[in-house]
Every structure is written in structure tokens, then in C-alpha cells.
Write a protein of this length. Structure first.
Lengths: 689, 142
């Protein structure tokens, strides 16, 4: 602080509320108001930088549209009510459904934008009431990572720190537009590139990430698995695999090698549309480099075969032995600031906190003892996020509590989600804005945003970081921690109001990976949790933060190579719908847009929905650049402005999913294992509006 | 001083624009241009050694001061001759002209750039670009 500045001015350290990179910055607070941003040059991930969204983060805090009072549905609108009345109504509504139908008829959606402490209490509330139906939107982004990497190597987290990408000699990026979606990660990719490493990017679309690539593989949407198997075919045929690693650390190579025989580069080329020579070049560069890193994201996971895609990717780095060393590893980039944390906290129906399986009879026992409730904790998986919507439409789910999510805009085939929420007897939504989901609620609870509360976020590289309260929430808005506790108190769970720090102590006693962290550690530069076959320990005490250096957390310490086969996308093109629709993010916007579409300086950059269309497809339809068009799928229509560009190949169109209406088009066919929907491929047509 | 651009590192994230706008009353003095969906380039004042804008400015609002082109808004008449003169198109106008003011010596665009595409250190940028060129030469051009 400069000399002579008024005493009421302060710099409060915080973590960016947007993507999973976990960049730090300071909020300038003057007289209780957030007035500016100061960069944090010593932050280990961002090194003082911030992308456009980070620079605009305060616009959301000060937005006039923030929810300031609890609201009750009244006719077609809402009326403000007191907190007492709102909390009583919420507890009554959930309690009524519980009493009339039982806990299996209650659904809980947690939030990967809320803190670890909030998610922990949220799932504790659900399970203490006896409901196994608790999930969060990680289901829609990395559920296939949790299942796929879990099957392959017993753990699903990013293995190396993001900054370690700089040590790679080859970086293979598939289905991730990290340059726009995680700009802080792009810094480390560029460091590697400028040190001479080979960058390979596979994506159906030419993006700022593909600009970084020496080898760009423009695949057809949904053909990732054919590409991966084709690359592995080359690696096996040309003996480029790591025999020592295969023998010591994996099982199942023979079966995998057999299954790859049919994936000749020529066949992979026919399926993916990428020249066979490029597939061979990419395979050789990846396998021959002394340290190759693998980075992926929604382009791999959001498919009906998402789990298979992830397993194929695991097979690729495992046969080359590109894991457990500096410069190698697997980076499933997380889209939201706390996806990793929400999953660690058990806000997923198939896991209790710390990834304990509910079917394991010890799990309900351990948590039953720790939580001390009278009710039996659920000993089985419940409904996933999308299954809750199905259940509601079928009358099997009566009441829902949604914290900080907007499924009406983020679920595939979103019109059905709207129907589902309308069919509920009771819906309570807790958010910072009156989102399209909140508009359907019986009671809306105004929550504090990230800079108005305390707690921890866990970034994509497993870095647990503390956020400080910089300013007060607007109006009567309250931290989620307080709200969840108040509802639990009214449902006779006997909870006391506690601070985030106190809740974190409880988490530490139950989640092994978090056990060793301390408040001091969190404050300085965060804490990366790591585990090995010997147990869990903090990075500061021992060794490097790189996972799986000696063994994998599987029963025999070895990773499994499982053959997986290519299947075409669930929805094929047809004469009526001859184009493939794929969706993704833009640099200036974020997810369902509830924050960035309210941020003026980001709206200046991309104000409205557009559709990218190849010139040949545009010509055939008589569409000019900037024309209003309708994108049509079997599920609905969306209006957009045409952007004619060679970024997309002929036969493919791209829509950014931040704008309302896009997910009315997407396809809800789910991966049988991870229950993730195929958001990335649908058959569509485009015509002039 | 000046802000230099390493075009190979620009990922079109728009951070420079938003940060600049945040510190300059909602107007950005840097403009990110995306070329044909294939590359991006942030455009901003290059602080010319012989600035055409200064020659054109009869009001004395634009002047060469030490090694930068300074702009004194209180003298600007809004004639827009500088926009015409600037060979790079990096002066804009909204009643009065506006352009990069180097943020009093600590350009916010340089500080915020996630990839280091914007830099003040001419030696460092040129070194990166030279070694990149040398490597490309060694590998052979494709």
C-alpha cells in the first residue's frame, strides 16, 4: 500500500471465479467497495497475468441485477420475502416431499463454482436426509474422465502441475481449445514451444489453440477414438512403445495390440478425415519424444462414448510411458474453478467425500459416525444430474434443491430440462442472479459471490487455494455456507453455524488428500495434494507434485490397458440434416453465460450468438456473412448470425454454447458408463431466417 | 519506450483490450484483430521515432516526449487528422482522439497478457524471435 493512502484501502488476495486454471489476483477495496484489480506476479500458475474474463470479474460483483433479497413465486412473478420466511418455506417444501414420498424423491444439484466447504455441506445435507441423489455439473464435463481414468489407472486427477508443461518435449492437445478457455495454460504450452517442443492439436475446428500447433489434425466431430487408435497402431507397428514401462507398470498390452490391428492409418484417415501421413507424423512425434504431455477437455469427454475416448487416451500415454515424470502426464483441463474440488467433496452420486464408494459397507458407517445423524446414510448410487431430470418428468422425483447452477441453459436438449423442473412439486434455487433456472423456482435464495465469502477452491492441477472475503454481499445476499446450514437446521439435522475454516477442519478429518493442508499453506501459494501407493502427503513436506511416479493407485499398482473400439456418433447426418453441429466456448464468455453475458466489457467483444459455417456450405444455402440464420436439429431451432469462415471444415458448423437457446439443439444421448451426454455432436441444418 | 508484440504468442484472448478498457474509462487503446481466423494481432501505438501523427497535429496535442508519443487531450480539437496520418491505424476518435498512453510507464496490457505476447523489453522479444527463426531454419521450412 502506498504511503498516504487512506486506511480504508486494502488489497485482498483472491482466486479468479472463472475457469479451472486457478489464477490469483488482488481486489482493491476502498471504503468497502471493490474498486480495482491488482495483478499477482508471484502466482505460480498465472504469473501475474489475467485473461479477459479475469479482468472483467469485478463487473459481476457490482452488477445491478444481482439478487439482493429472498424471493417467493407469486403468480407469474416473484415477491421479495424475509430470510426467515424463505428458509422456512425451503425447509417445508423439501420436508414435505421427504415425508410424503421419502428421500429418494429429493434431488440435490451442487455447484462446481461454489467452494469445497459449501459443496461438502451440501452433499452432507442431501445424504443426511437419506437422499443419494446429489450431483453437480462435473457430470456434464468430466464424468467420463472420472470413470475412464479411474478404470485405467485408479485415479482421475491431473497428474502434473500446469507449469510443468514447459518441460515437455511434445504436447498433444485433443478436444481442448485451451488458448481461449484456459489462457493461463497456453502460457506454459508456448514456453515449451519456444524451447523447441512439438505441439500437436486435434480438433474439428481451427482455433487459437491450433495456431500453436506444428501438426494440426482437423478431425471430423466424434472421431477422436479412431484417431487415437490409429496413432497407437502406428506406435505398435513401428515398435515405438516403451517396453520397460509396459512390463513393469501395466497389464493387458497383448489384448490392446490385437485390438489395434484393424486401425491402420488409412482406415483412421477414412474415418477422421485427417491424412494418414499426418496421423503417422503425430504418432511418431508423440512416441519418440523423451517427455510428452497429453492435454484434453470436453472435445474428448462429451460424447456417448466419452469413457472409451478417455480410456483410449490413457492407453496412448501408457504404452509410451509418458506419465510419472516431469514434462509428461495427463491434463484433463477442468472448465470451472472448482470442478476438481466439488468432485473431491463427493458432490457426485457415486462418491462420498474422498471418492469413497457408497456400495462399500464401510462408507455409510464412517460418515454416519462422523456426522452423527439418526437417519441411515444411503449405501448406493442415486440419480445423476440428467437422470434427476428424467425422474422428475416421470414423477419419480418431487422436490429439488439447486445451488449455483443453471441447468435450463446448460443441459442438453434443454427444453426437456425446463419441463422437468416445471413438473416438480417444489424447487428451491440458490444463485447470484435470477437465472432461467431460478425463474422456475418456488423459492429463490440470494447467494454471495466468490469475493464476498471465504473458503477454498481446488484448481485443475489439484492446487487448493484460499479465497478471502473482500467485500460484503449486496443487499441481504448471504454466503452459501450459511444458507445450507440454515436449511439443515430447519430440517432437524442439529447443525451449528460454522465458519469455512471450521468446515475445512471436518473435511480434513474425512478426506485423506486434504488431511495435511493448513491455513498458512493455503494462504501462501496454495497446496497441491498428491497421492501415491504409500498414501497421501502434501507437496511441501516431501517430493514433487507429480503423481504416479512409482505406481498407480490400483490394487496391484499397475495400470490397465483396455481395448476400446470406435463407434460413429449417436446421431448420424441425413438428407434433412446434412451438417454436423459441434459446440464450444469463446475466450470472452463462460459456460451458460449467467455471469459473462452480464459483463459489459465482455459483451462488447462477443455480443450475440453466431454460427460458424464453411464457405462451401454457406454458398450452397445462399447464406452471406452476417445474415440471420436458423440452426435446426431434431430437437429445436436457434437463431444466430452467420459467420462464414474456414475455421470449420465443410459439413461442420460450430455454435458457442454461452448463449441461451444453443442447448435446446444438443443431443441427450448418454455414455452408458459415465452418464455424460453427447453435447459435442448433433446432426443439423442451417437456413436463412 | 514502446509495447512490442510477439505475434506468434498472441492467442486472441482479448485480455489486453479488457484490461485497457478497465483503466481508461471504458475505451480501449489497443485493438485485437483476428486475421481470417488464422492469427491474431493486437494493434496499438508504436511510439514512432518520427511520428506522422505529431507532424499532422496542428494543435500540439500530440508531441514527441523523450522516447514516446504523448497525447494531451486538453489541446485536442477533435479534427481527426492524426487518424488519417497514422500509418498503423492505432489512433481512434470519439469526439477527441485517443491512443495508447503507456499507462504512465507500466502498461497494463503487458502485465495482463497471459502468454507474454506483449512486452516492453525489446531485447527479450527479439531474442525469442531470433531463436525461433534459427530453429525453423535448422529444421528446414515446410
Amino acid at each position: 500500500m502506498k504511503l498516504g493512502s487512506p486506511m480504508s484501502q486494502a488489497l485482498v488476495p483472491t482466486i479468479c471465479p472463472y475457469c479451472g486454471a486457478g489464477c490469483g489476483f488482488y481486489i482493491k477495496v476502498e471504503e468497502g467497495r471493490a474498486t480495482g484489480i491488482k495483478y499477482m506476479p508471484d502466482h505460480p500458475v498465472s504469473r501475474g497475468s489475467l485473461c479477459s474474463k479475469g479482468n472483467a470479474a469485478l463487473e459481476v460483483l457490482r452488477h445491478p441485477g444481482r439478487l439482493q433479497h429472498p424471493l417467493k413465486k407469486s403468480g407469474s412473478g416473484f415477491i421479495p420475502i424475509s430470510w426467515e420466511e424463505a428458509l422456512d418455506l425451503a425447509a417445508e417444501g423439501l420436508g414435505q416431499a421427504l415425508q410424503d414420498f421419502g428421500p429418494q424423491d429429493l434431488g440435490f444439484l451442487g455447484s462446481s463454482k461454489c467452494t469445497n466447504e459449501e459443496n461438502y455441506l451440501f452433499q452432507k445435507l442431501a445424504r443426511s436426509l437419506g437422499s443419494p441423489n446429489v450431483d453437480n455439473c462435473a457430470r456434464l464435463c468430466h464424468a467420463s474422465t472420472v470413470v475412464g481414468l479411474g478404470k485405467s489407472m485408479g485415479a482421475c486427477a491431473t497428474t502434473n502441475p500446469v507449469s510443468d508443461l514447459a518441460n515437455s518435449r511434445c504436447i498433444f492437445i485433443i478436444g481442448s481449445n485451451l488458448a481461449e478457455n484456459h489462457p493461463a495454460v497456453a502460457r506454459w504450452v508456448l514456453e515449451a514451444k519456444d524451447a523447441g517442443s512439438t505441439i500437436i492439436v486435434a480438433d474439428p475446428r481451427r482455433t487459437p489453440t491450433s495456431w500453436l500447433a506444428e501438426i494440426f489434425l482437423q478431425i471430423k466431430p466424434g472421431t477422436d477414438l479412431a484417431l487415437l487408435n490409429g496413432m497407437m497402431h502406428v506406435i505398435v507397428e513401428e515398435n515405438l512403445f516403451n517396453r520397460k514401462f509396459l512390463e513393469e507398470r501395466t497389464r493387458g498390452f497383448e489384448a490392446l495390440a490385437d485390438s489395434l490391428k484393424e486401425y491402420t492409418p488409412e482406415r483412421a484417415a477414412a474415418i477422421t478425415g485427417v491424412p494418414a501421413g499426418d496421423i503417422m507424423r503425430a504418432a511418431r512425434a508423440y512416441a519418440r519424444s523423451p517427455a510428452s504431455a497429453t492435454v484434453y477437455s470436453m472435445g474428448v469427454t462429451q460424447h456417448a462414448g466419452g469413457t472409451d475416448n478417455v480410456q483410449a487416451l490413457a492407453n496412448l500415454f501408457l504404452i509410451c510411458g509418458h506419465i510419472g515424470r516431469p514434462g509428461t502426464g495427463i491434463f484433463p483441463l477442468r472448465g470451472q474453478n472448482n470442478v476438481q474440488g466439488a468432485c473431491d467433496m463427493g458432490t457426485l452420486t457415486e462418491f462420498y467425500p474422498g471418492y469413497r464408494r457408497p456400495e462399500d459397507p464401510r462408507t455409510p458407517e464412517i460418515f454416519g459416525q462422523a456426522w452423527g445423524g439418526s437417519r441411515r446414510l444411503p449405501g448406493h448410487c442415486g440419480l445423476t444430474a440428467l437422470e434427476m431430470m428424467d425422474a422428475s418428468r416421470e414423477g419419480r422425483l418431487r422436490a429439488m434443491y439447486i445451488m449455483g447452477e443453471d441447468p435450463v441453459n446448460s443441459d442438453p436438449h434443454a427444453s426437456r430440462t425446463r419441463e422437468a423442473l416445471e413438473a416438480l412439486d417444489f424447487l428451491v434455487v440458490q444463485d447470484i442472479f435470477l437465472t432461467d433456472t431460478a425463474r422456475l423456482a418456488d423459492v429463490v435464495l440470494p447467494a454471495a459471490a466468490w469475493a464476498e465469502k471465504e473458503g477454498t477452491f481446488t484448481s485443475t492441477e489439484r492446487r487448493v487455494q484460499w479465497i478471502c472475503r473482500a467485500v460484503s454481499p449486496p443487499g441481504e445476499a448471504r454466503p452459501d455456507l450459511w444458507i445450507v446450514t440454515e436449511i439443515a437446521r430447519r430440517m432437524d439435522l442439529g447443525w451449528e453455524q460454522r465458519t469455512a475454516e471450521e468446515v475445512l477442519e471436518e473435511i480434513k478429518s474425512l478426506v485423506p488428500t486434504y488431511r495435511a493442508l493448513s491455513r498458512e499453506m493455503l494462504r501462501r501459494e496454495g497446496f497441491i495434494w498428491i497421492h501415491s501407493t504409500e498414501g497421501y502427503y502434501p507437496t511441501r513436506r516431501k517430493g514433487s507434485p507429480i503423481l504416479h511416479q512409482a505406481g498407480f493407485p490400483t490394487p496391484d499398482g499397475k495400470a490397465l490397458l483396455a481395448p476400446v473400439h470406435y463407434r460413429p456418433p449417436a446421431e448420424e447426418t441425413s438428407p434433412e440434416r446434412p451438417l454436423f453441429l459441434t459446440t464450444g466456448r469463446l475466450g470472452a464468455h463462460y459456460n451458460a453465460g449467467s455471469m459473462t453475458l452480464r459483463s459489459p466489457s465482455l459483451l462488447d467483444i462477443e455480443p450475440q450468438l453466431f454460427v460458424e459455417l464453411n464457405p462451401s456450405d454457406a454458398l450452397a444455402r445462399g447464406i452471406g456473412d452476417g445474415d440471420g440464420v436458423v440452426v435446426h436439429t431434431a430437437r429445436g431451432d436457434a437463431h444466430a448470425l452467420a459467420r462464414i469462415t474456414e475455421r470449420v471444415a465443410s459439413g461442420v458448423v460450430f455454435l458457442p454454447f454461452h448463449f441461451p437457446g444453443v442447448n435446446a439443439l444438443t443431443l441427450d444421448v448418454r455414455d452408458p458408463q459415465a452418464k455424460i451426454p453427447e453435447l459435442k455432436v448433433a446432426a443439423c441444418d442451417v437456413r436463412r431466417a | 519506450m514502446s509495447v512490442f508484440v510477439d505475434q506468434e504468442r498472441c492467442i486472441a484472448c482479448h485480455a489486453c483490450e479488457v484490461a485497457c478498457k478497465r483503466l481508461h474509462g471504458g475505451k480501449s487503446n489497443v485493438s485485437l484483430q483476428i486475421v481470417d481466423g488464422k492469427a491474431a494481432l493486437p494493434l496499438l501505438c508504436r511510439q514512432c521515432e518520427k511520428p506522422a501523427c505529431v507532424a499532422a497535429c496542428y494543435a500540439g496535442a500530440l508531441v514527441k516526449e523523450s522516447d514516446a508519443v504523448a497525447f494531451h487531450a486538453e489541446k485536442c480539437t477533435g479534427c481527426d487528422l492524426c487518424l488519417l496520418a497514422c500509418p498503423f491505424g492505432v489512433i481512434w476518435s470519439e469526439k477527441l482522439a485517443y491512443k495508447c498512453d503507456l499507462c504512465s510507464g507500466e502498461p497494463v496490457c503487458v502485465a495482463t497478457c497471459p502468454t507474454g505476447a506483449l512486452a516492453e523489453d525489446y531485447q527479450a522479444v527479439t531474442q525469442v524471435i531470433r531463436s525461433r527463426a534459427a530453429r525453423a531454419f535448422r529444421r528446414g521450412f515446410r
